[in-house]
Design a protein around this ligand. Structure first.
Ligand SMILES: C[S@@+](CC[C@H](N)C(=O)[O-])C[C@H]1O[C@@H](n2cnc3c(N)ncnc32)[C@H](O)[C@@H]1O
Length: 376
């Protein structure tokens, strides 16, 4: 939205200060319904009046636009709308996981020039941020007049692990027309006969996830890509783990052959993998520290979550499944190791109740941190 610089914009925004949220602690009520890129605020004002029981927050990057929407909220005496005047890429510093019930993306800028696609609010890096703050099972409601942006967005939503529902290329002639709340851009486009595209992209509820032994058909389709995604993730964070090609197809084939390969499945896709290895692990024989005990244990190796499924609590569910599988075999101790720089794995292990026991060395001499958990 192009907008001429507002005269006294700063002063006018200051007059709306009770509506402006500057940090996480200032959010009035949680959870919220979030509109990103609210423009002049027509949509959010209508929604807020229709649903006085809900709390609405608008994230708008342009303060000169946000001020128009905030002034409208005040003018109309609406009490359940607040504003975050910031880039959507920073939403993670305002909300924690589960604090956002719905997200509305209405007529987001299409960014059509080459190389600009990463600025689109439906580009995967934004979708991952939305996932990190949305409640599982919640939806992103997306409307646009732009066919190419719509096609791009459907692909991005699918890539990021959202389920697509209520897809229509002509919203106003569809079953969703009756409940549709119009935006300023939408009024303009539809008055010119332009058809509106609409989709609800739902974050799959974690409850739909099941734990099961891996199958040969999972290997190429899901497990190897999950390893690749994990490799890329570790590399991007400067962690020198899995950068030499391990774990590879041979490692998974070995896990499958030994009956120690497990996955989490959701919507027919294997989205997380781990090997649960029973029997003594040679590299755990020596430890610079002390294991919690000498009881029989199972070692957890090769943990990977598929791209687009991070931040959904899947690793926790994977470990719960592994614990159940170990207990079924009469084993009540789990051991695991990870790279010292792999902070997300270390955090995860500690969150799951693993205790740090000391340092071990892999067969090639590389050091790793070792953890153990009693699951009795
Ligand atoms: C084309 S306008 C649509 C306005 C309104 N939703 C409508 O349908 O009438 C897009 C809005 O998104 C805002 N916007 C663009 N990128 C943003 C970002 N990264 N974070 C927050 N808002 C953004 C723009 O400032 C603009 O107000």
């Amino acid at each position: 939205m192009r907008m001429r610089k507002k005269k006294n914009g700063g002063l006018r925004l200051e007059r709306c200060r009770e509506l402006i949220v500057r940090s996480r602690g200032e959010l009035p009520r949680l959870p919220v319904s979030l509109e990103i890129g609210c423009g002049k605020g027509g949509f959010i004002c209508r929604m807020a009046r229709l649903h006085p029981e809900r709390e609405f927050v608008c994230c708008e990057i342009c303060s000169d636009v946000a001020v128009l929407a905030a002034e409208r909220v005040i003018r109309e005496g609406i009490r359940n709308v607040h504003f975050i005047v910031d880039d959507a890429k920073n939403l993670g510093s305002y909300f924690r996981k589960g604090e956002v019930e719905e997200i509305y993306l209405n007529f987001s800028d299409p960014w059509t020039k080459s190389g600009q696609y990463k600025r689109r609010l439906t580009y995967r890096s934004f979708l991952f941020i939305y996932k990190s703050i949305m409640r599982d099972g919640a939806g992103v409601f997306f409307k646009t007049d732009d066919e190419r942006l719509f096609d791009f967005s459907l692909d991005e939503f699918a890539f990021a692990g959202f389920e697509l529902r209520g897809v229509t290329r002509d919203l106003h002639a569809s079953e969703f027309a009756a409940d549709n709340v119009m935006t300023e851009y939408e009024t303009n486009f539809s008055s010119r006969g332009i058809k509106i595209n609409r989709v609800e992209a739902v974050l799959p509820a974690a409850a739909n996830v099941s734990f099961r032994p891996a199958r040969e058909s999972d290997v190429e389709a899901y497990i190897i890509p999950a390893f690749e995604a994990a490799r890329g993730y570790l590399c991007s964070r400067g962690v020198d783990q899995w950068q030499d090609g391990y774990p590879d197809r041979a490692a998974v084939e070995g896990d499958l052959a030994s009956g120690r390969a497990y996955v989490l499945e959701t919507s027919g896709r294997a989205v997380a993998y781990a090997a649960l290895c029973f029997g003594d692990e040679p590299t755990y024989a020596e430890i610079n520290g002390a294991w919690k005990n000498d009881l029989p244990y199972a070692a957890v190796h090769r943990v990977a979550v598929a791209d687009g499924y991070k931040g959904m609590g899947l690793a926790g569910q994977l470990f719960s499944g592994l614990e159940a599988a170990a207990l079924e075999r009469g084993v009540s101790e789990l051991r695991c190791d990870t790279h010292a720089d792999n902070r997300s794995m270390r955090r995860h292990l500690e969150k799951c109740g693993f205790e740090f026991c000391g340092g071990i060395r892999l067969a090639n001499g590389d050091p790793r941190l070792a953890y153990q958990k009693h699951i009795g």
